[in-house]
Design a protein around this ligand. Structure first.
Ligand code: HEM
Length: 344
């Protein structure tokens, strides 16, 4: 159990003007979607977890998915450059379930819970500034990160403070640079989402492997044009339109396998790009339920909500998230995460 004061401090550091303690402090605006997940034929070799076993029914296991904008504002700003989230709950036998939470950044902002608190206290959204070409050149000459231009209509973002912080703290740079250039997807189903942390999976032969998961959109990644004024609200309507009638959208679940020497317990560091990747299955999105309270607003995902066959790594950021998400869910009156089958 993490220090309760640290957990509370972290959640409060995420609170921003324009947010609400009755809602999530980050990833505030989101939409719940239902569908199913079918494991690939090779998945059971690599992981004995129930959702990776040959399915009893051809449609595999049912899932609840919540897509979200990363910023902690209650107002929807879909067209702003921002990190997006994709939280998936796999529904298993006997009322059990397991979660996989991912976002569009491939690395995290900080290596530990205390460095994240420091980062979160600094990198708060502020009014956007546009640098002059001369200021940009000055940054390059000083080997500092220049400010990206704001998206048309974007009035606030954490970039200014995050970049100033990253210029002083090298560990924050990979994620801050990626976040600065991330843009806005044309659709929640046209972005890829990384679970970022290392998890330990047990294969059929009993071998344990250190792995990282990524959801890749079958339709491919596509952003809006950063030169054009984006619409404020389009992502939820886009999903509803795409899934109207019998239409579906798909993601594949890729699993990158770590090797000795890779950073298993530090999600602020990438693994070499040539690490082996295995396709673990296909997720099909089918329907946007009418009851968005039950399928989005009140749902509580937790990265520690795992099943036999998948364990958390020693990553301190992953460890603190267990209590942070529970604290945040309680604060906003979410349905408690079903931890009955959590190991570790
Ligand atoms: C110390 C690090 C982190 C902290 C303190 C943190 C904090 C939070 C909090 C407080 C929530 C709201 C939880 C709730 O009320 O249900 C949340 C949601 C979320 N976080 Fe994090 N987070 C961290 C790292 C990450 C990482 C590494 C990822 C991506 C792998 C991530 C992706 C998400 C997503 C997608 C949601 C929305 C989940 C939903 O739709 O319900 N977070 N985070």
């Amino acid at each position: 159990m993490a220090d309760p004061k640290l957990v509370q401090d972290i959640v409060e550091a995420l609170d921003i003007p324009g947010g609400s303690t009755q809602r999530r402090p980050v990833h505030t605006v989101g939409i719940g979607v239902t569908g199913h997940f079918v494991p690939s034929p090779i998945a059971p070799e690599y992981c004995v977890a129930e959702h990776f076993q040959p399915p009893a029914k051809p449609e595999g296991v049912p899932v609840d998915v919540r897509f979200s904008n990363g910023i902690g504002l209650v107002k929807e700003h879909d067209g702003w450059s921002d990190v997006r989230g994709m939280a998936v709950r796999f529904h298993l036998k006997d009322g059990k379930s397991t979660d996989l939470i991912a976002m569009t950044l491939s690395v995290f902002f900080a290596p530990t819970e205390t460095t994240f608190l420091k980062f979160a206290r600094h990198a708060r959204p502020q009014p956007c500034k546009r640098e002059t070409p001369w200021q940009k050149i000055k940054h390059y000459l000083k080997l500092e990160l220049p400010l990206p231009d704001p998206y048309p209509g974007q009035t606030e973002r954490p970039n200014e403070a995050a970049i100033a912080f990253a210029n002083e703290h090298a560990w924050a740079q990979p994620a801050v640079v990626e976040a600065s250039a991330i843009g806005a997807p044309v659709s929640y189903v046209r972005a890829d989402y990384h679970a970022v942390h290392t998890f330990v999976v047990t294969g059929r032969d009993g071998q344990e492997r250190r792995v990282r998961f990524t959801w890749a959109p079958v339709a491919g990644v596509l952003n809006t044009n950063p030169e054009e004024t984006p619409k404020d609200k389009y992502l939820q309507k886009d999903l509803r339109d795409r899934l109207a009638g019998k239409q579906t959208e798909r993601f594949t679940l890729m699993m990158q396998i770590g090797e000795i020497g890779d950073d298993f317990d530090d999600s602020s560091r990438q693994w070499p790009p040539h690490r082996k990747r295995v396709m673990m299955g296909t997720l099909t999105l089918e329907h946007v339920p009418d009851d968005q309270q039950a399928h989005s607003e009140k749902l509580s995902f937790n990265p520690w909500h795992l099943v036999e066959g998948i364990k958390p790594s020693g990553d301190p950021v992953l460890r603190i998230r267990k209590d942070v998400y529970e604290y945040s869910s309680n604060r906003r009156g979410g349905i408690p995460c079903p931890f009955s089958n959590v190991k570790g």
